[in-house]
Design a protein around this ligand. Structure first.
Ligand SMILES: Cc1cc2nc3c(=O)[nH]c(=O)nc-3n(C[C@H](O)[C@H](O)[C@H](O)COP(=O)(O)OP(=O)(O)OC[C@H]3O[C@@H](n4cnc5c(N)ncnc54)[C@H](O)[C@@H]3O)c2cc1C
Length: 445
């Protein structure tokens, strides 16, 4: 960028997250194209005593990316900088969407070993909140990061990896957007692969009684429980050498099913007791037979999330899975007025050593609960939410950082053995709290 050119911020921008459940009105909205421009924005923020929040894909179902001061959207800093075929590593700018990265990697015969449900999310954004998928041999997405660079509040660029700035690296692999601006991320990749997906019906009792067998049988095992019933859909995904198969009719059923579901859930906002039957009906309609599909890995990992929802997703120690899920089931049975939309999605992740990882030092089970917003209408969920959080807390749970939760520093200090270490790195890198917002104040104060 030529010297003397002033970076331009847009006024009047309204930010909303993907689910339109949280939003804010940043005073100025920037889409920088270079590090120099970002430095100018930080200078301007410092002079005007403003805070700065970076946003990636804006998918977090919470106010973690909201600000009324300066917002930086990193979508124009989205290049693939280096592909190291020998080490099978890729270095990208922080703003690249995983959807673009997946395609780029496949041109080089590479892939990410695991992905979340959507790829319209940024490389720096997914590691910011600890995005995860499933598979007991696989860690959350930040475990795939081998290096990153951070532009700090003072304008300094820090290279971080296991061997350089190691402490900052352990913090920044799951950074909450509060340590600085993540400029680049280096991911460890694997050779490109196809996945064979098999979904088949089962019951909650069967899955919980044979959890270990399922975990061993499939590399990316997860299951969907249909609350107010025993119904479960088990999903196995495993690498295969077979060529892709077509699953058009399944997806067609799915699409039609979604429109019907939204309509019926809207009706149920007037007659809540219908939810129990809606959950059963859709299990019967969409999930009661065996379905198979083969495709390139990212097309199987990603699935369509068609309409807007509230979610919670805590990680508990894996050995607590059965107890916690049965308690949630009993709570719903004992309180007929409390309704729960399907599915409760149960996924697994290997323990790691990332300071703010919900899987820190323990193999974990993530239990994602959901309440849809049919046609944008909020369905009462407070009772369900509090009951769920109570059960998760009782079993040593830790909330997903992207998803709205009620935890404050007091809770988090108990949950995370390395919480104070993270705080001291944050205070060193950002002493004036330039990268804080309301969500983060709750976390750190
Ligand atoms: C439909 C849907 C499906 C989802 N599926 C899953 C799933 O399967 N598993 C799962 O774990 N989560 C899932 N999520 C949550 C999602 O993966 C996370 O919210 C993720 O962080 C979103 O990435 P993003 O780029 O949209 O981040 P944003 O929401 O934009 O930002 C997240 C955080 O990263 C920070 N940030 C972003 N870019 C930078 C940067 N360059 N430098 C510094 N900080 C930065 C932001 O300030 C913020 O703190 C899903 C969400 C939706 C809406």
């Amino acid at each position: 960028m030529p010297m003397g050119h002033e970076v331009h911020g847009q006024g009047g921008f309204k930010f909303q997250n993907w689910a339109k459940t949280y939003g804010s009105s940043p005073e100025l909205y920037f889409q920088p194209t270079s590090v120099e421009e970002i430095r100018e924005i930080l200078d301007m923020a410092r002079q005007r005593d403003k805070r700065v929040k970076v946003v990636g894909g804006g998918h977090s179902p919470s106010d973690i990316a909201c600000t009324d001061d300066f917002m930086i959207q990193m979508g124009k800093m989205n290049r693939v900088l280096k592909v190291d075929k020998e080490k099978q590593q890729v270095t990208v700018e922080g703003g690249i969407f995983l959807s673009d990265l997946n395609v780029e990697l496949s041109k080089h015969g590479l892939a990410l070993a695991n992905l979340g449900a959507v790829s319209e999310v940024a490389a720096a954004g997914v590691i910011g909140t600890g995005t995860h998928n499933t598979g007991i041999k696989h860690g959350i997405l930040p475990t795939q990061v081998v290096a990153l660079t951070l532009l700090t509040a003072s304008g300094e660029i820090l290279e971080c990896s296991e061997s350089i700035n190691a402490d900052i690296f352990q913090a920044a692999r799951l950074h909450l957007g509060c340590l600085g601006i993540v400029l680049t991320v280096t991911f460890q990749c694997v050779p490109q692969f196809h996945l064979h997906e098999v979904a088949f019906p089962s019951t909650l009792t069967e899955v919980l009684d044979h959890l270990n067998d399922h975990l061993q049988r499939s590399q990316y095992f997860r299951f969907l429980w249909f609350p107010h019933s025993e119904n479960v859909s088990v999903i196995y995904q495993d690498p295969t050498n077979k060529p892709p198969s077509s699953s058009a009719s399944w997806w067609w059923d799915y699409a039609v099913g979604y429109y019907l579901l939204e309509f019926l859930l809207w009706i149920s906002t007037f007659v809540p007791s219908l939810v129990c039957w809606i959950n059963r009906f859709f299990f019967w309609l969409l999930f009661s037979s065996r379905v198979e599909n083969i495709a390139i890995s990212y097309k199987i990992f990603n699935y369509e999330c068609r309409f807007k929802q509230h979610v919670q997703d805590w990680a508990i120690p894996i050995e607590k899975t059965k107890e916690a899920l049965l308690e949630l089931k009993a709570a719903l049975e004992n309180n007929p007025k409390m309704v729960a939309h399907y599915p409760v999605e149960v996924r697994f992740a290997r323990g790691d050593d990332i300071w703010l990882s919900p899987c820190f030092q323990r193999d974990s089970c993530y239990m994602n609960i959901i309440m849809y917003r049919p046609y944008g209408k909020n369905v009462p969920r407070l009772n369900y939410w509090l009951t769920y959080e109570g059960i998760m807390k009782k079993h040593g749970g830790r909330p997903h950082w992207a998803k709205a939760h009620s935890c404050t520093r007091k809770d988090l200090e108990k949950m995370y053995p390395a919480f104070r270490k993270f705080c001291s790195v944050r205070e060193k890198l950002d002493p004036t709290g330039m990268f804080l917002n309301t969500y983060l104040e709750k976390v750190f104060y």
